[in-house]
Ligand binder design. Sequence first.
Ligand code: F0G
Length: 588
Amino acid sequence: MQGLGRRQTGGVLEYSEDRLAGVQRSSRQKKPLKKSIKKRVIMQNKPNFQNTKMNVTSILIRPYENKSLCLHPQNKPNQTQFKAKTKPFLTPQPPIKAKTNPIQAQTNPNFTRHRRANPIFVPQNSLIVYNAAEIIRSCLMSTNDAAFQKCINPDCGATFDCGQSMFKCPECGELLDACYNWDKIEVPAKLSDFAKRWATRDNKLDFSGVWRFRELLNFCPDKYKITIGEGQTILEQNCAVAEHVGIKPDRLYLQYEGLNPSGSFKDNGMSAAFSHAMMVGAKSCACASTGNTSASVALYAHSCKLKCIVFVGSGRIAFGKLSQAMDYGAQTIQIAGDFDDCMRQVQDVCTELGLYLLNSLNPFRLEGQKTIMYRIIEQMGWQVPDWIIVPGGNLGNSSAFGKAFYELKELGLIDRIPRMAIINATGADTLNDLVNNKKLVWNNSRVDQKIIDDYYADLTARNFSPHTCASAIEISRPVNLKKCLRAIDICDGIVRAVTDEEICDAKAIVGRYGLGCEPASAATIAGLKHLIADGLVGPDERVACVLTGHELKDPNVTVNYHKDKQGQFSNPPIEAPNDLKEIIKLIK
Ligand code: F0G
């Protein structure tokens, strides 16, 4: 704590105003501050800052002159309730069933902007103290003025410090971006300079497939960075699959994100988001999930010693993923609803209880997912492919990839941006429908909200719930829709939908000729077949398909496909008597 402008006097902690202000001021509100004025943080009960989470009952930040209260607990917190909710969570729990109300507000409006003094955004609820402790902690840490958060709504454009933790703009409820003041960051002159980190990979950050590109996601000091060895994934040039889809053998590349520690691309995002969680002093976290997010969150949470709650739709997630969440010790709540229900619930729960949200609404998660594109470029000899093909679910990946390419181009590190194709399953094709039928476009950041509202109102009126064998992308209200539209704009992108039959056949082809993947990942190969048939992808173009999850995530789909001879590539097991001669006869 030394050197951070803090001085302890009995039960009172003092901070110089410039320290607090420097951290909390939004980047567009930089006014010179009077250094002489001091703010005082009064911690009742315990003066020890380290113990604030469990023991502090109320925290007030106020100037000595008593000019204004910038953070004020509206209700006295209930100490018992507070303690119960922050109880350490160490033992694996069985899934808990919960009911959901299918129609709930998507955003929680209960945010107050404390306009006087420095802007601090806090939800108005009885656990305000918990948030206050985190906010104060974020004031104490050393922040990085090279990065800030910014609302994507052009009419709002509010900016916030990266030391603040929120998942939507508190001003208008829109999505937030992590943004950079690039002139304050030492970005390598060319992408190939990152190759030097291979020589120093005994440093964990240089080994990480995320953090070895850290200058391109420079929102957090190294001391908070979390890595469990994510991003050691390979880009395989796969001739057999290329022939199957109809392009030249050396033109197809498969990016195997299933090789991550939890078996999916999510780990890229989690290493970044958990670093941010560490930076803001989070103690507990949550996510909604179709499976892979929950597995990844559970894994990182136990490495970071964070309490972890995951929300999954009952009967909606593959067993491999559910087993991971339980095994890694997450409190697993099975909601009687689909992913979209879970997503609504988790946002409200996080707001109510002050939990750190790890869904792709979290702008820092998407920063980690940008690195999938850096690694594709790296493995192509620092060249950019012609096409990126990615499955579309909650649309975090596509959004992150678009941002990655935009930034690389802006920095002069690439000279052209590849095209992107986003592939939905026909049973969960909101993006495809909105883009191709309702003609929804980014429109220079002025997305036609009415098209989206009408579309969702219709889904609600029909009581629609998405269904596809690719359960990972069984989503009908993708939270990153607008950022994805932006990515489509950046990458001259297109959207297609493929049937479950096409997905399963494509999955079988990847399994036979590659390292295997889960159904959602195979949507990319099925989609590529369409794009080639439509003449959109030429036979000479270099295509990188992102295989997002490991084959073993969803063994049921695979076994059923083969055993029940569901498709043209089914390879059913042969029943044999326990007799050598008969067995040999069958093999011949
Ligand atoms: N592929 C896999 C294997 C996934 O798990 C997901 C998303 C996607 C593709 C879609 O990615 O959301 O970035 O468009 N899974 C999330 C989850 C929703 O909860 O595990 P996206």
